[in-house]
Design a protein around this ligand. Structure first.
Ligand code: CDP
Length: 237
């Protein structure tokens, strides 16, 4: 199904709430572009770690964020494959090491400014689904649809552990829980663009929903919004 009206869909939420799975499928179903904004913060963290940059060195990290060339190619099933300087980094971006470091990089105001500029330039395209932490609040404050996904901690830990093992990283549940808790804390308490639902976001608890149910909830919201827009347009003529 292709919604002709090109809208902006913002999906935020904590780790393991199911954002990226939902966002990818929603984009596929609507025929929109999917942008995983966490991948950009992860890419900055990955290059910084590989180059031995001090993760408190805000100026160097902001330059990295500005110059980084993260290329994404979509697979036919809608899953993205990422490259930096021609080398594939899809699994490296989501490794336990980067999970541990990314929030430290993402809390720096100078890094966020550079990344947000890049994302807003992409957002101008319309017809996009973006997922992250601050999309509905900061990156696309006028998005047509804002969704904030949540799930209880145990479910989020289980999902994250499964995702890691699918990528060949075998980590204990206790270790994953520690990482998820730590990242929740850092993302929600930072000074710039903390993780929180936008006042006009629709909050969806995905603890007892399967991925298809989450996707259909969001696609339904998009359809309703598109319908309202179309009838408002007709009425104002
Ligand atoms: O998939 P998961 O929810 O674990 O993480 P992600 O969306 O790839 O984001 C990784 C990290 O990047 C988050 O924990 C945040 O620290 C940061 N991030 C952010 O600050 N703002 C965004 N819009 C997206 C990600």
């Amino acid at each position: 199904m292709q919604i002709m009206l090109k809208m902006q869909v913002a999906i935020d939420g904590p780790a393991g709430s199911g954002k990226s799975t939902a966002a990818r499928q929603v984009a596929k179903q609507l025929g929109y572009l999917y942008i995983d904004t966490g991948a950009l913060y992860r890419a900055v963290a990955l290059v910084a770690v590989r180059q031995g940059v001090d993760l408190n060195d805000s100026a160097t990290l902001a330059n990295l964020a500005k110059s980084i060339d993260l290329e994404v190619r979509m697979q036919p099933d809608g899953s993205p494959v990422y490259f930096i300087a021609g080398k594939e980094v899809t699994d490296a971006l989501r490794s336990p090491e980067i999970n541990d470091r990314v929030s430290q990089v993402a809390k720096l105001a100078a890094v966020r400014e550079r990344v947000t500029e890049k994302l807003q330039a992409l957002g101008d395209e319309k017809g996009i689904v973006m997922d992250g932490r601050d999309i509905g609040t900061v990156v696309l404050p006028s998005a047509d649809i804002k969704v904030f996904l949540t799930a209880d901690l145990a479910t989020r830990v289980q999902r994250r552990q499964q995702e890691l093992s699918n990528r060949g990283f075998f980590v204990s549940a206790a270790r994953v829980e520690e990482e998820v808790r730590q990242r929740d804390r850092e993302d929600a308490n930072r000074q710039v663009a903390p993780l929180k639902p936008a006042p006009d976001a629709c909050v969806v608890d995905t603890t007892n929903l399967n991925p298809e149910e989450v996707v259909s909830t969001i696609v339904e919201l998009a359809k309703q919004r598109a319908q309202n827009r179309t009838s408002q347009g007709r009425n104002s003529r």
